[in-house]
Design a protein. Sequence first.
Length: 126
Amino acid sequence: MMAGKDRLVKEITMTDIVEYLKTHYDTAAPKTYNSQIQYLRTFFNWCKAKAQRHILENPAEDIPLKAEAWKEPEYLSVDDVRKLTVCLWKHREEDPHFILTVHSDKRSSMAIMLPSVFIWITRSRP
């Protein structure tokens, strides 16, 4: 039996949630599937909170997440970082609270904070 408008939240079981996820998100990307579980966990944690106490246990708590594939991040080229730095410096008076952190594939990083232009650079050796 699926949860619906005629069921109390305390009547919803982990089986109901698994069935719901299978029906609506079984073919979705792992990130989408996991997001739905997180939303449900948050909702049921709210229902379980001391102020509400609609339920004693969170039925979504032990539902396993799907493994998400790790993707290599896309990096800016050195030339793009230079162009961005020039642009930020040029417009520093317009948005003085902008902070940019750049990480490269060589584990270098740079943080630029305008208008004082604080630059932090770290590099790992090849």
